[in-house]
Design a protein around this ligand. Sequence first.
Ligand code: C2E
Ligand code: MG
Ligand code: MG
Ligand code: MG
Length: 282
Amino acid sequence: EMTPQGQFLSGYYSPDYDIYSESRLTLMSDLREALNKNQTQLYYQPKACMTSGEIVSLEALIRWHHPERGWVYPNDFIPLAEETGVITHITRWALEQGIADLAILLHDHPNLSVSINISARDLETNGLSDLIETTLNHYHVKADRLTIELTETAIMENPEIGLTVLERLADVGLRVSIDDFGSGYSSLSYLKQLPATEIKLDRSLVMDICSCESSKIIVETSINMAHGLGYKVVAEGVEDKETARLLQALNCDWLQGYWLCYPLPIEKLKPWLNGQPKLFED
Ligand code: C2E
Ligand code: MG
Ligand code: MG
Ligand code: MG
């Protein structure tokens, strides 16, 4: 049996590995429809300053409640959306929704910024920076309020295109964050040429720094090196106070994770921001 793309379905064929299997195509057309009807939502997870406790930024994360399947999480559809190209719809939708929400949030919290996740595939799309500029202008939001999160793997997939687009985004005045830093194979030396403003330490690096001395040394070294190169450092996936304390002692700038706050829909986030407890309150 051959797929429409001409791949031969051997005895080892597993539908899970065929991005064009019927159920996966249905999932993608459902997703397209949900995006068009605005049935997807952005949840926001705060990042706090380690020293002042101030909420500096919110990361926008897509949430999708499927009419029959219930909640479908990003890890179950983002990779497929990237392979099929549906990711460009997600990105367009997330930029529009995220910047519209940001414009509202800025009334009460003028120092806040929002970060949006962007995929490797988006970098190949012409006009990403134009789209962002147009949307920012439409909502009267300054470029430096918006951060683009891009994984190191996405950049390294095509470093030339990646660098060119990043430079354009930085020229527009956007902040750029290197997401999931330390999760891939990339060497530390490539950091010196990136027009980025912050480095996000991957959860896998951060999670066991209290129990594993070598993890602690890797994180400490990464923070010092990033600072030496002029980047701010965010730790993602911080789940307990001990880890937060240690990251503070290691001079990490910002923290994000369930310990501080789960990703929340904007109507729940607003009251949380107003009644936000102090970090490390004893
Ligand atoms: P990411 O950008 O690295 O986002 C962090 C993920 O870790 C989020 O998962 C977040 O909910 C989760 N997380 C936050 N704090 C903790 C913690 O303390 N412990 C643990 N175990 N997890 C924590 P989520 O929302 O399921 O998203 C997964 C990934 O999907 C994201 O990883 C990002 O790569 C992608 N993604 C999500 N939304 C979008 C989007 O709108 N566009 C694109 N292109 N990708 C997205
Ligand atoms: Mg991210
Ligand atoms: Mg991340
Ligand atoms: Mg991650």
